[in-house]
Every structure is written in structure tokens, then in C-alpha cells.
Write a protein that binds this ligand. Structure first.
Ligand code: NAD
Length: 488
């Protein structure tokens, strides 16, 4: 892989190339050391990438040759598996992902999930025969055909980059599309390495996958606006999602959005409070809270509020942010100085809003380098506080009191977001009734896990449009054509 020499390249039209704007540094967030350089694409590179994807879609049999696509996706999965140990070290170094998470959603999970995309394409009912009918009195034979949307522009963030890059690449390719992937500038190498492996170890034809790393955010806007792009698949913040949607409007392209969240962890009054609040505290520390679906509002019975705060603080106070290379580390660094300062500004805001810290509240004294934040429990605020309404994207939990099930549902749903939720309660039927009332795309009841290749993932309200993963995620990348043939 090219990364061995400390540089990375773009993949455009089947060729690995340098960037028109030179290179930019990629940094280890745990040490602040420069790992090396990534190719920095300019607008001309993006233009060539879009052009290549367009030609690969229009002029080759990629979109109709399901057998080729299935074989290529399995090849990609297999070559990623062959290189998994190098990829693991790269992911820990560039993303700051704790080693333990690379066994799941940070690396091995999304590689395995490519198999689901290939299997789905192989078994999918591409043509559905609706049989004969006589609409308006005319005998007609009807069928419904599913086919690829066309050129997909995929724009991704830095927090779970393999998961998000591959959860777009796999289904988009399986459905027959060609793609231009523009990853986040904070994690260029984990995307660029895909380009190397695709070019050197798969039969994916030139132009079918293009990977364009850049510090220039306007290249993302270019993808969203370009008339040669048929669909934009975006994961990132709600603010940027809004801008992508606006840029896509001029060409009425299909827009698929996975955005932010401020998800609630609801503890009912019959729940095991200690167990539930420990789980809530632990899960907000995973990858330093940089997960869009992490439950960052802990909604607990008012009568046991102080106890709940103490339990969550006991758990989170015992989790020391540190070296992500170590197998026992749960909470590594956040991605950048900018992100650390953003999280710190929310901690300052929590105090200004009248909240207090039950643990944490700043940068750990024992980590002189790296972008670390202490796991922090904010207490004493209501759901109206900005720290309870806005996405912080750090290891920060805000604890809010509720006055019974109806009030808990009201608080959980009182958010501009609707990505995920958790309910804990001793009575499973009652917990299920509460879960059913939550306006969120995924709900965990008493510790169930919704993350898997065949489960759709996505948000209500301002958390997005559409679903990633599962058959629903595959179908996002399809058009539907109804064919009516006059029958004699
Ligand atoms: P971001 O919105 O700043 O950037 C995401 C991507 O968009 C990057 O590749 C960036 O270069 C690009 N971009 C920036 N401005 C653009 C523009 N005007 N037009 C087109 N593209 C543009 O997000 P981030 O800071 O990289 O990631 C963190 C955010 O992502 C959080 O809000 C988090 O909740 C969200 N996220 C959501 C999900 C989900 O599935 N719902 C998953 C992971 C992250």
C-alpha cells in the first residue's frame, strides 16, 4: 500500500494520482504528531472524477452486470480482510479509534458488511412481474424494474470513517451505481487506502469508484450541485446537510442524509437504576462520544435524580481518556484541536447555563499532548438548556429529570433530532410501549443492539432522510421503472 511511504493518492478513472493542490498533513489525534501527507485534490481533480464516474456509468455494463459487481464487492471485502492488521493500526493512528472498537464498527464490522451488500444484489428481485391487467380498458402486461440511480456523490465525516465510507460504497456499487467518494479532511488516509486496494487488487473497472481527498470543503458542494451527479449521499452535521440539500435542489437530485443526533436514554422508574445509568455513562465514553447515535441525554426519574447522577459520574469518572493503541482503552482523543475546543466551549456553556459537573469538565491533566477531554456528567439542567439540545460530539452526558413515562417520552421527543434512543425498564411490555412512542430511527430496549448489516439505520426529523444499511439502505441507491406493454 502506498501509505507505507507516508503519502496517499487520489483514485480517479482507475489511476492513482497526486492532488492538483499538492498535499496536506494528516495528524495522529492522540499524539498530535504528523503521520504524513494526503493528496490534496483541487476542483479540476473533482471535475475529472465526476466525469470518469459518469462515463463508467453511461458507457460500460457495470450497472447491468450484477455478476461482475457481486464478484468485485466480495474481492474488495477479501482484500480488506487480508490487510486488516495494517488497517487496524492506521485506523487507531489516524482516527484515534480505541483498539477495541476496531473489532466492530470502526473496522471489521463494515468490512464484513460488504458481504451483505453483495448477497443482496445477488438475491434481489430486480424485475417484478405484476401480470396482466386492463387499465382504461387496454390489455397490458406490467412489470416493475429496479435499476441504479446513476452517479453517486458520497460525502463522509471522520468519526467512523470505514463504517460510513463502506456503508455507502457497498450498497451503491451493489445496486449498480458509480461513485465519487469525498471523505473528511481529518481522516484522508483511511479512505485513500481503499483507493489503493481497489486499483491494485480488484477488478472494479476504471471510473466506477473515485476517491477524492481534499481540505477544500467546496469540493463536496461541487458534488452536490453538479448536474452529472444523480444522487448525493451525505453523512455529517445537520448544518452541512442543509447546505448539501440546498446545493442539490437546482438539479433535483436524489438526496440521502445521515445527520446529527441528541439521543435520549430513558430510564423508567421500575428499572435497575444502577445498571442503566452505568451503561449510559459507559456508552457515552466510547470513541470519546464521537458517535452520532450515542445517547447523550440521560432521562431519569426525578425522585432518584441525585442517585442517577452519582452512578453515571462513578462510571464516567473511572474511565480515563488515554492511549487508543492500548487494548483496554475505551475513551481515546477527539479528532482535532478544533473539535476539542468545541467540546470545551459546550462545557463552559453548561456552567454558564447554571449546570454543574458531577465529574470531569475539562482536559485531563495527565495528557500533555493529544486532543483529550475528560468524560463529563452535567447535572442540574432541564431539557431546555442548549447543552441538552445541541450536539456536542464529545464524552459528555447531560442528566435530566422526568415525572413518569409520559413526561419521559415528551422530553425524549423534545429535540430537533430523532436519530436514536434507549429505554430501560423492568417490565418489558411497558418499556416496549415507551419505545413505540419515541420519534427516532433506532431504539434499543434494555440493551438490545441495533447495529448490524441487515438493520436499517437513519434518523427522523433533522437527523436525516432515508436509511443506510439493510435492504432499505440498498434500495436508497435504486430507481424504480414501471413498464407497461400493450398485450394482444
Ligand atoms: P461536517 O458536516 O462538518 O462534514 C462532513 C463532510 O462534509 C466532510 O467530508 C466535509 O468536508 C464535507 N463538507 C463540509 N462542508 C460542505 C459543504 N458545504 N458541502 C458539501 N460537503 C461539505 O461533519 P463532521 O464534522 O465531519 O462530522 C461530524 C458530524 O457528522 C456530527 O454532526 C455527527 O452527528 C454527524 N454524523 C452523522 C452520522 C449519521 O449517520 N447520522 C454518522 C456520523 C457522523
Amino acid at each position: 500500500m502506498a501509505l507505507i511511504d507516508g503519502t496517499s493518492r487520489l483514485l480517479i478513472d482507475g489511476k492513482l494520482t497526486s492532488g492538483g493542490a499538492g498535499g496536506f498533513a494528516t495528524v495522529n489525534p492522540a499524539t498530535e504528531e504528523v503521520l504524513g501527507e494526503a493528496a490534496n485534490a483541487d476542483a479540476a481533480d473533482m471535475d475529472r472524477a465526476i466525469d470518469a464516474a459518469r462515463r463508467a456509468f453511461d458507457d460500460t455494463d457495470w450497472s447491468t452486470n450484477t455478476e461482475l459487481r457481486v464478484r468485485c464487492i466480495r474481492q474488495l471485502r477479501d482484500v480488506l480482510r487480508e490487510h486488516v492488521e495494517e488497517l487496524r493500526e492506521l485506523t487507531i493512528a489516524e482516527v484515534g479509534a480505541p483498539r477495541m472498537l476496531t473489532a466492530g464498527a470502526q473496522l471489521e464490522g463494515p468490512i464484513a458488511d460488504l458481504g451483505f451488500a453483495a448477497d443482496t444484489a445477488e438475491s434481489y428481485e430486480w424485475t417484478q412481474d405484476l401480470g396482466h391487467a386492463t387499465p382504461l380498458g387496454i390489455p397490458t402486461r406490467r412489470s416493475v424494474v429496479r435499476e441504479a440511480v446513476g452517479v453517486v456523490g458520497a460525502i463522509t465525516p471522520w468519526n467512523f470513517p470505514h463504517q460510513i465510507n463502506l456503508a455507502k460504497l457497498g450498497p451503491a456499487l451493489a445496486a449498480g451505481n458509480t461513485i465519487v467518494l469525498k471523505p473528511a479532511p481529518d481522516t484522508p488516509w483511511v479512505a485513500a487506502v481503499l483507493g489503493d486496494l481497489i486499483a491494485e487488487h480488484t477488478d472494479i473497472p476504471p471510473g466506477v469508484v473515485n476517491i477524492v481527498t481534499s481540505t477544500d470543503h467546496t469540493l463536496g458542494a461541487m458534488l452536490a450541485g453538479d448536474p452529472r451527479v444523480d444522487m448525493v449521499s451525505f453523512t455529517g452535521s445537520t448544518a452541512t446537510g442543509r447546505s448539501v440539500m440546498a446545493d442539490a435542489a437546482a438539479t433535483i437530485k436524489k438526496v440521502f442524509l445521515e445527520l446529527g443526533g441528541k439521543s435520549a436514554f430513558v430510564v423508567l422508574d421500575d428499572a435497575d437504576l444502577a445498571g442503566a445509568c452505568s451503561v449510559a455513562g459507559f456508552s457515552v465514553c466510547l470513541h470519546a462520544g464521537q458517535g452520532c447515535a450515542i445517547t447523550t441525554r440521560l432521562v431519569v426519574p426525578r425522585a432518584r435524580y441525585d442517585e442517577a447522577v452519582a452512578i453515571a459520574a462513578g462510571t464516567m469518572g473511572s474511565i480515563k481518556p488515554g492511549d487508543p493503541t492500548k487494548p483496554g482503552t475505551v475513551c481515546g482523543p477527539v479528532i482535532s484541536a478544533r473539535q476539542r475546543d468545541r467540546v470545551q466551549s459546550y462545557l463552559d456553556l453548561a456552567l454558564a447555563e447554571g449546570g454543574e459537573f458531577a465529574c470531569g469538565g475539562g482536559r485531563p491533566a495527565d495528557q500533555p499532548a493529544g486532543f483529550f477531554i475528560e468524560p463529563t456528567v452535567i447535572a442540574g439542567l432541564t431539557n431546555d438548556a442548549r447543552v441538552a439540545r445541541e450536539e456536542i460530539f464529545g464524552p459528555v452526558l447531560t442528566v435530566i429529570a422526568h415525572d413518569g413515562d409520559d413526561d419521559a417520552v415528551r422530553i425524549a421527543n423534545d429535540s430537533p433530532y430523532g436519530l436514536s434512543a434507549t429505554v430501560y425498564g423492568a417490565d418489558a411490555d411497558r418499556a416496549a410501549r415507551v419505545a413505540a412512542r419515541l420519534r427516532a430511527g433506532t431504539v434499543n430496549v434494555n440493551g438490545g443492539v441495533w447495529y448490524s448489516a441487515d438493520m436499517p439505520f437513519g434518523g427522523y426529523k433533522q437527523s436525516g432522510n432515508g436509511r443506510e444499511m439493510g435492504v432499505a439502505g440498498f434500495e436508497e441507491y435504486l430507481e424504480i421503472k414501471a413498464i407497461a406493454t400493450a398485450a394482444n
